[in-house]
Design a protein. Structure first.
Length: 296
C-alpha cells in the first residue's frame, strides 16, 4: 500500500469529507478524491460510502482507519523521541485544557515559557470536551477531573475552589444579597443543562437556591465557564465561579461569603510513552512554578 495514499485516506477518514481533508493537506478536493479512488482500486474494496452530507467509512474503511490511526500515533511517538534526543528541548508540544482555564489562567502565563524555550512550538487546544491523548490528539492535558483514559500518567496540580461573584456595576442596580433568600430579586447565570459541564456539580448555586425555595428574577444559561465569567463581568447577573477566574485580573466582587461550592482537584496528564519527554518535563515544571506563584 502506498503511504502517500494512506496518509490522504487517514485525513479523509478523520475529516469526513474530501474538502476538509484537502484543506488540512493543502491539496485540492479533486486531488484528494483521485487519491482515494486510486487506493480503492489498488485494494479492490470500497472504503467510503458517498453521501450528500459527507463520507461514511465502510467496514473495510473502518478496518484500514484503525490501522492508520495506530501508525499515525506511532509516528508521532517516534517524532517525539527524535526531538527529545537533542540537548535542548525542541519541537511541537500540543496542550489541551478547558476553555475557561486556558483562556483566563493558562495563556496569559505562556510568554515566559516561550522566552525560555523558543525551540518548543506550543499549540493550545481549548475545549470542554476531553481530547483523546491516547490517540495523540494532544500531547498533554490540564484536566479538571480525574483522567478516565487508561495508561495515562497523571500529576495532581492544585485544588480549585468555587464561590459566588457579581460585578460592581451589577451591584449598583440591585441591593447586595445578605442571605441566599435575597437571590429571588437577582439574575443568575448558570451552566445550561443541555450541555456537558467540564466539572461535576457546576450548578451548585442554582441547586442551593432551589433548595431554599427561591426563584431568581431571571436565568441566563451559558455552555461554558468562560462565557459565564464574561456575562458576570458585563453585569448580567450573579454566578458561581471558580476562584481562578477572578483572581489577579478581575474586579468581580465575592458575595454571600459564607457560601462555598464543591472543591475539585486538577491534574497534569500525558501518555506513558511521553514520560521521558524533555518538552513535557520542562512544561510540567514551568506549570508547577506558576501554580506556586498563584492563589487558588
Amino acid at each position: 500500500m502506498d503511504w502517500d495514499k494512506l496518509r490522504v485516506f487517514h485525513a479523509v477518514a478523520d475529516a469526513g469529507s474530501f474538502t476538509h481533508a484537502g484543506e488540512h493537506l493543502n491539496l485540492s478536493q479533486s486531488a484528494v478524491s483521485r487519491q482515494i479512488s486510486a487506493l480503492e482500486h489498488d485494494l479492490g474494496v470500497t472504503l467510503f460510502h458517498r453521501h450528500a452530507r459527507g463520507l461514511v467509512r465502510t467496514e473495510q474503511g473502518e478496518l484500514l482507519y484503525n490501522t492508520t490511526k495506530d501508525v499515525h500515533r506511532k509516528l508521532a511517538d517516534t517524532e517525539s523521541l527524535l526531538m527529545d534526543s537533542t540537548e535542548r528541548p525542541s519541537g511541537p508540544l500540543k496542550i489541551t485544557t478547558t476553555v475557561a482555564f486556558g483562556s483566563i489562567w493558562l495563556t496569559p502565563r505562556l510568554k515566559e515559557f516561550i522566552d525560555l524555550y523558543p525551540e518548543i512550538t506550543l499549540t493550545i487546544l481549548l475545549s470542554d470536551e476531553e481530547i483523546d491523548l491516547g490517540m495523540r490528539e494532544a500531547d498533554v492535558a490540564i484536566r479538571l477531573n480525574p483522567p478516565r483514559q487508561p495508561d495515562l500518567v497523571q500529576r495532581r496540580l492544585m485544588t480549585l475552589h468555587n464561590h459566588v461573584y457579581a460585578s460592581p456595576e451589577y451591584l449598583k442596580t440591585r441591593p447586595m444579597p445578605q442571605v441566599i433568600e435575597d437571590l429571588g430579586s437577582h439574575n443568575l447565570v448558570i451552566y445550561g443543562e443541555d450541555f456537558r459541564p467540564p466539572t461535576a456539580h457546576v450548578n451548585w448555586l442554582q441547586q442551593a437556591v432551589a433548595k431554599a425555595g427561591v426563584t431568581p428574577a431571571n436565568l441566563l444559561k451559558v455552555n461554558n465557564i468562560y462565557g459565564i465569567y464574561r456575562a458576570v463581568q458585563s453585569g448580567v447577573g450573579i454566578a458561581a465561579l471558580p476562584d481562578y477566574t477572578v483572581r489577579q485580573i478581575s474586579n468581580l466582587v465575592r458575595i454571600l461569603p459564607e457560601m462555598s461550592g464543591p472543591s475539585f482537584d486538577s491534574y497534569f496528564v500525558y501518555p506513558e510513552e511521553l514520560r521521558h519527554s524533555k518538552r513535557v518535563g520542562v512544561f510540567r515544571d514551568y506549570l508547577l512554578s506558576k501554580i506556586g506563584e498563584s492563589q487558588f
